[in-house]
Structure formats: structure tokens, C-alpha cells
Ligand binder design. Structure first.
Ligand SMILES: [Zn+2]
Length: 418
């Protein structure tokens, strides 16, 4: 969930209830699903997606159909339907829908402040016959938000699972800090297998191996499902155990945190390329499979950019998005073309300036050009090794680190080539 002026985090509490409570929540769930379906059908028929208009259109009829259900479930179902319709219509425009209406596979019953009550000793949920009481069991994550200045939001939702288990999703909110005045910018350039940035003014490549990891998993998936149906239970289980999504999510969350931490330490903002919606030109052309290209683009560029932007918001670090045109093809000093050797040569990412004949690493060029686009000119590494052979930190070296510059300092002290 997103909101513009607040940070929002949803946690999950798994609560065991007796069969009477379960049955009463089941009744709510069934009626809620019917209302949700009606609201979606109504929205599609009349080309409506706003909450207010959906509610105006179906409230009277649903009230008559579900006389003993607390009326606020009609409101929350309309909100739910509105969000689903908006996302469905957006995807339809992009040609990404495969059905003629939104699928209702994952239904959680949405609650507003009239439909649930929370205290540390008891959670109550409104049903057809008054409130039911659930005994809460709290997770570590719940306490982390509860004790660290986050406020519990008035909305929540629940879902019913096997074995009389209710999954409750409380939402925490916190106002966003105001972005501070910056003393310059840290440029960050996203690539398929690394992220480059200027740390204390020095270029650094941080390995993410996103492309490598994606290709590796694609190969594994292919081997598991070759000649078998992906609906097969064993195949499903084997595919699930790959944890590709989790691994990439872990990389991007941690890297976003490390980059934002450095910006805070230097009192700077972050300047990033504003990426196009679809695969940018700078993505290598060697992946022919379109689905695979999209997958790499999403995890190496789009999702990582979003992760950095979100993390920066959380800490009040200003982010500047700039036009990505020519960021790695023009020399930041001489403003002429940099000629790169063709793909497949021994160092395709190191090019030479047409005018000054100095050598540049593609990902380092981008950094100085990003800074220029942000309106800052910094000392350029003219003729030094770091312009074409920057320090590199490997995935294993930073993934568990507390900070990027500490990792570098430790490595320097130990006399290692990072
Ligand atoms: Zn040059």
C-alpha cells in the first residue's frame, strides 16, 4: 500500500480461533465476496472505477441483499473494487490483461474503523450477529513498528485459512520526514549486474549480479519444468523452492538502504536516471527472449530504482530524477563522443574519448554526467585509473555490511584489492 505523505507498512498476524468465530467470519467473507463481485461487474458495465460512484451505484441494492451484514462492509468492498478496477484498467491499456475482468483469487476482507477494534488484549471484528473476539498473538515485526513511533491505521483486513486460522493484516503509518537541503548529490547509475555511484567523490561499482541471477534461475526453472506441466504438484513445489524473488528483493532492499545511508552521512541528495517504462536502450541486446529481458529490466532497473526512491523518502533524502539520454556515451569533460568497443570484445564497457583519448568505464562516465545534469560539476578523474578501472565491491562483500564506506575502509586497511 502507498500513500503520499505517510509511510505505510502492513504486518501479518496469524490468529487461531474457535470454530464458532471462524464460521461467523466465513459468513462475512462470503457476503463480502459477493458485494465485491457485484461492484466489479457494475464498474465494468458502466466504465466506472471511482469509489464514490461505485458506492452510489450499488449501495441500495447490496443493502437489500445483505440486510444483516454491517453496512460498512459495502463501503470497504467498494474501495477494494475501485482499487482492483483501477489496476485492471491500467493493465488493460498496457495490453497486459489476460482475462476480461479482474480475477478474484486473493480476497482479503477489508475493514474500516467501524468494522474492527484493536487492543493488545483483544481484536474484535464486526459480523452479522455483533462482534466476535480474537485473541491476538504478536510477531517481532509487529512490536518493531508498534514500539518505534508508528501509529496503527484505522484500516485493516483479514483472510481465512485452513485449520481455523485467521490472518489479520494491521497497517502501520508514519508521517514522512521533510527532505533536507542538500550539499550536493550522490549520482547512482543502475546497470544489469552492478550499480555505480560516487562515494566520497570516488567512483565505485557495487556488484548486484541481477542479470546473472535471473539467467541462472531461468535455466533452473527450465530444467525443472522441461517436459512436465507447471501445474504438477512436484513441479510447483520445486519452482517455489527456488526463491528467486526473495533473493532479488533482499539484494535490492539492502542496497537501497546502504545507498541512502551514504547520502545521509554526506548530507547529500541522490541523482538517478528517470527510467523509461519499457526496456531502455542501454540494456544489452544479447538476451533474445522478451520475457527474460523484461524480467531483468524489472529487477535490475525499475524495481531497484523504486526501492531507492522509497527508502530515500523514508529518511527525508531528496531524490532528483534526470533525463537518461546520452549519460554514458558523451565525455563529461570534452563533451564529445566516447567510442566503445563492440560487445563481445575483452572489455566492452571501457571506451575512449574521441577528443582527449582518455579511457572511460561506461558506468563511471554516467556518474559524472548525472552530476552535471543535476547542476553540479565535481572534480573529474582525468587521466587517473579510476575513470576506467573503478573499485568494485562484490555481492558477498557488501550484502551483510552495515555501510558501504566502512566495507571499503576495512578492505583498504587489509591491503586488499576490492
Ligand atoms: Zn574526453
Amino acid at each position: 500500500m502507498k500513500s503520499d505523505d505517510h509511510l505505510v507498512r502492513t504486518v501479518m498476524l496469524s490468529l487461531k480461533v474457535n470454530s464458532e468465530v471462524y464460521t461467523r467470519l466465513k459468513e462475512v467473507e462470503e457476503e463480502y465476496k459477493q458485494i465485491l463481485e457485484d461492484a466489479i461487474d457494475y464498474g465494468l458495465r458502466n466504465n466506472i472505477k471511482s469509489f464514490t460512484r461505485l458506492k452510489a451505484g450499488i449501495y441500495r441494492q447490496e443493502r437489500a441483499r445483505h440486510p444483516s451484514l454491517p453496512s460498512h462492509y459495502i463501503y470497504t468492498a467498494c474501495e477494494d473494487a475501485s482499487a482492483r478496477l483501477k489496476s485492471f484498467m491500467r493493465r488493460k491499456k498496457e495490453g497486459k490483461t489476460y482475462t476480461d475482468k479482474p480475477e478474484l483469487r486473493n480476497v482479503t476482507v477489508h475493514l474500516d474503523d467501524h468494522l474492527w477494534r484493536f487492543s493488545l488484549g483483544e481484536v474484535r471484528i464486526a459480523t452479522r450477529k455483533g462482534w466476535v473476539s480474537l485473541k491476538p498473538f504478536f510477531t517481532k515485526l509487529f512490536w518493531k513498528y508498534y514500539n518505534k513511533g508508528w501509529a496503527l491505521a484505522s484500516e485493516s483486513s483479514f483472510k481465512l485459512c485452513k485449520g481455523n486460522v485467521v490472518k489479520l493484516y494491521p497497517v502501520f503509518k508514519k508521517p514522512l520526514p521533510k527532505p533536507y537541503d542538500v550539499k550536493g548529490f550522490i549520482p547512482v547509475d543502475l546497470n544489469e549486474d552492478n550499480v555505480s555511484l560516487l562515494l566520497d567523490g570516488k567512483p565505485l561499482l557495487v556488484e548486484t549480479s541481477v542479470k546473472k541471477i535471473t539467467l541462472g534461475y531461468a535455466y533452473k526453472r527450465k530444467r525443472i519444468s522441461e517436459g512436465r506441466s507447471t501445474k504438477d504438484r512436484d513441479v510447483k513445489r520445486a519452482l517455489k523452492s527456488l526463491k528467486e524473488r526473495f533473493k532479488k528483493l533482499d539484494i535490492r532492499r539492502k542496497l537501497a538502504k546502504l545507498i541512502v545511508t551514504e547520502a545521509l552521512r554526506e548530507g547529500k541528495g541522490i541523482v538517478l536516471e528517470d527510467l523509461p517504462k519499457n526496456t531502455p536502450e542501454k540494456m544489452v541486446q544479447d538476451i533474445k527472449d522478451k520475457q527474460l529481458r523484461d524480467r531483468i529490466y524489472k529487477s535490475a532497473f525499475a524495481s531497484l530504482k523504486n526501492a531507492i526512491v522509497e527508502k530515500a523518502k523514508e529518511f527525508g533524502v531528496p531524490v532528483l530524477l534526470v533525463n537518461p539520454a546520452y549519460t554514458s556515451s558523451v565525455c563529461p569533460i570534452h563533451e564529445c563522443k566516447i567510442i566503445y568497443p563492440p560487445d563481445g570484445s575483452s572489455a566492452p564497457r571501457v571506451g575512449m574519448c574521441e577528443k582527449g583519448r582518455e579511457e572511460w568505464h561506461r558506468d563511471v562516465v554516467a556518474l559524472y554526467n548525472l552530476l552535471k545534469k543535476a547542476g553540479y560539476v565535481s572534480p573529474m578523474p582525468l587521466g587517473s585509473k579510476e575513470s576506467h578501472d573503478p573499485l568494485t565491491v562484490r555481492l558477498g562483500e557488501w550484502l551483510r555490511a552495515k555501510s558501504l564506506h566502512l566495507t571499503l575502509n576495512v578492505n583498504r586497511m587489509m591491503g586488499m584489492t576490492v
